[in-house]
Design a protein around this ligand. Sequence first.
Ligand code: ADP
Ligand code: ADP
Length: 229
Amino acid sequence: QGAISFKDVHFAYDPARPILKGISFEVPAGKTVAVVGPSGAGKSTLSRLLYRFYDIQSGSITVDGQDIRGITQKSLRSVIGMVPQDTVLFNDTVAYNIRYGRPSASEAEVKQAAEIAQIGHFIEMLPEGFETKVGERGLKLSGGEKQRVAIARTILKAPPILILDEATSALDTTTEREIQTALDVVSKNRTTLVIAHRLSTVISADEIIVLKSGEIAERGTHAALLEQN
Ligand code: ADP
Ligand code: ADP
């Protein structure tokens, strides 16, 4: 479930400056496709289009064969989990922030998702900058811990489709490796679109697409791309 198809997608924020110039690729159900390329190539724009922050000007994007323009934003987003580069947390407890992924979840399910993401010990804490009713200061969460909150939210939501948009690129190398391991677990058997800066972080993707100036410059497995370069 959750097969994604981009067909001849054209998109520009400003009509005078095309950003995506005819992009076609598929993410088969349950597989992982990574989009890599230099900054400004249009990688994040692809993920924003799939999440329908913007609509494309021509071509089509489909999920399970259905054009996403025919799906309400709410039902589209209910099948997609997004882990961005920097997770912005709501002014409430970590548990609340996790529950946002599926408001109907029980307390036990929230706790379990937090434990899988290894933040079970501070789900009643408030993120930094917020204050509890008794005046305690919020907990300062590191970048890695914030990403674990986003991961726990996604585990709880359990969507068939996952978008990882530079989800580890703001982290130091050790934390990046830890979060990557957690993300590998979450993305297993889910249709996953990974946006990454470097080829070395997406070794296990089923296909890698190299985007340059809004066009697909190369595509293939990690091994095949290494051989060509
Ligand atoms: P990447 O993720 O590959 O770094 P982006 O998709 O973020 O690239 O951006 C592609 C191009 O689109 C860049 O030139 C960027 O400046 C431009 N861009 C991104 N977001 C917007 C926006 N909201 N309005 C106008 N231009 C934008
Ligand atoms: P509403 O229209 O009720 O405010 P939203 O548009 O905020 O709902 O969200 C619709 C669905 O998308 C919900 O299932 C929500 O959990 C999910 N969702 C919204 N934003 C994100 C996000 N950044 N990451 C993961 N899921 C999200």
